[in-house]
Design a binder for this molecule. Sequence first.
Ligand code: NAD
Length: 260
Amino acid sequence: MLKDKVAIVTGSTSGIGLAIARELAQEGCHVMLNGFGDATEIEELGHEFQSKFGIKVGYSPADMAKPDQIREMVHQTEKMFGSVDVLVNNAGIQFTAPTENFPAEKWEAILSINLSAAFYAIQTALPGIQKRGWGRIINIASAHGLVASVHKPAYVAAKHGLVGLTKVVALENAQTDVTCNALCPGWVHTPLVQRQIDDRAALEGISVEMATRELLSEKQPSLRFVQPDHLGKMVVFLCSDAGSSITGASLSMDGGWTAQ
Ligand code: NAD
């Protein structure tokens, strides 16, 4: 299904996005990588994907806070590979503080990168997708797209917004073979979460192991992290024929977090 299709995965130089890009590449999908990081490491990653999976790899340094750069990333992909068939809006950042102390610039940055970036990428990629009549748009939301936690006003607002945007795009394309879904992971062990574990350990004067146990037991009944490659495999499933009736859905992969 994915052989010679073309995917953009935003924020794919690390964590969940990297795992999703890898799973798509393994299925024969050409990939446009995006995200920040060391130029040599990103280049090596591209070579690794090319040699292991025999696919074409591009890299866009577009900043997801900048609408013009997002549009340019989509156009660059269409020019390089001929199409964008799969769009995974994954790039995201986090910042935590009580609402009354939440810095305005953090609010703006989180809303831009975690929500508006998906709107601009979808808006730019959709005309080509609609013309070709097949596409898969997958927005990486969060358990925080469905329920809230304290001290995350911007993140929770952005992820709830992303779930809403997902439904609208799904409805507007429902009679075609273009689907749009949100994945809502619980805790996944990535640099984004490691920073929250380290902050908790420092604040409470406890070990990183103890802080990790606390973090999981507070929210995630499985007491296990969600595996990044499982998210990648879910993306591949949504791209398959069997996934063609799933649209407008917010799919929880959270070890029971939102069942409580
Ligand atoms: P991560 O920090 O490991 O990776 C984030 C990626 O986004 C990196 O590639 C980074 O370079 C990129 N990025 C950040 N700002 C960017 C910008 N302005 N422009 C372009 N790229 C940018 O984080 P992760 O945990 O892999 O998170 C990926 C997504 O999954 C995020 O949207 C996050 O909210 C979501 N998520 C994560 C978890 C979790 O537990 N880790 C849970 C639910 C949802």
